[in-house]
Write a protein that binds this ligand. Structure first.
Ligand code: GLU
Length: 319
């Protein structure tokens, strides 16, 4: 029998929820609910100083206002609690230790300047491909370096191509060594990296469907590799296009007039905002106030564009 679908909201509450986050959450909700599935809310507050508790409370309140409910997680709790990444340190430590024991990790002592050295190859998204400088250090060299610097911990990524089929963008592939490079699993201050935490959390929380922005499409192969190493069954991935301003730049948290604080001041009824997003997602021929539940019969991945969506002045004026 097919497993029941479990989707998720995985926001990072570093600020107020934004139009782009709502777009993604709406599609995650519609996709899971259309299949009779459930939604889990996980608060991705690994970087705790940037994600105060108050933001997570506001986020839950904003999701309620939008009509985007969830079945488990957040402050409602559930069997896989805790649902805040900042409270899951011991769980990450356990899985990290397994990888370490199997020899898949190594300490990296490089500082920022060394990482950004001119000769370091840059990836298409601007990240620097790690040259593997600390891969070959001998145990004695590691010991020596550890006297003056706390290392970060990296995952050894092999010269392997990972392929997968994205539910929205179709077949994808990436050579881990050439296009990704050894990623950081734990920062030198001890904080575990998103790439590790997201895999462990989605697997342990029984998530079967991940819907998220297409800026994370290129992270998926390295996450799939971690699924394999940790012995977890991966979920299905659906990446969604990003919302961009008329000048082409991505709508971001700094566009304060499009965060939920401002939108809620302007509209008493959230269906107005949902209707605009449904239009941008190709689900409505024109913006029309509807609730997420009212959109369910209209939802179909085929209708959602693949290209990033430029939000015109005309639409911005409706918000
Ligand atoms: N926490 C990430 C964000 O808010 C999303 C990560 C994910 O969906 O895998 O952008």
């Amino acid at each position: 029998m097919a497993k029941t679908v479990c989707g998720r909201f995985a926001p990072t509450p570093s600020g107020r929820m934004h139009l782009g986050n709502v777009f993604c959450a709406l599609l995650a909700w519609l996709s899971a609910k259309k299949q009779g599935g459930s939604i889990t809310l996980r608060i991705e507050d690994l970087d705790k100083p940037r994600c105060p508790d108050r933001n997570a409370q506001l986020l839950e309140d904003d999701l309620h206002w939008l009509g985007l409910d969830w079945d488990t997680g957040g402050s409602s709790g559930g069997k896989d609690a805790p649902y805040c990444q900042s409270q899951r340190f011991a769980i990450y430590t356990e899985y990290f230790a397994r990888l370490q024991k199997q020899g898949f990790t190594y300490p990296c002592f490089c500082n920022r300047a060394e990482l950004h050295a001119a000769q370091a190859p840059h990836l298409s998204d601007g990240r620097v491909l790690y040259a593997g400088t600390c891969r070959q250090l001998t145990p004695a060299e590691r010991q020596q370096k550890a006297l003056s610097r706390q290392p970060s911990q990296r995952l050894l990524l092999p010269n392997t191509t990972v392929s997968f089929t994205d539910g929205h963008y179709g077949p994808q592939q990436q050579n881990l060594a050439a296009e990704c490079g050894d990623i950081i699993l734990q920062r030198s201050d001890g904080v575990y990296a998103y790439q590790l935490a997201v895999v462990i959390d989605d697997a342990l929380m029984g998530v079967t469907e991940v819907v998220r922005g297409c800026d994370l499409l290129s992270s998926t192969p390295q996450q799939l590799y971690l699924y394999r190493l940790l012995g977890f069954a991966p979920p299905r991935f659906f990446h969604v296009p990003l919302l961009t301003a008329p000048d082409g730049r991505r709508l971001a948290k700094r566009d304060h007039d499009l965060d939920l604080g401002c939108l809620r001041q302007r509209f008493s009824d959230s269906r107005h905002v949902i209707g605009v997003l449904a239009f941008l997602a190709g689900l409505l021929p024109k913006p029309q106030p509807l609730s997420p539940a009212q959109l369910l019969p209209l939802f179909d991945w085929q209708k959602v564009p693949q290209k990033n969506i430029s939000v015109s002045e005309e639409i911005l004026n409706l918000l």
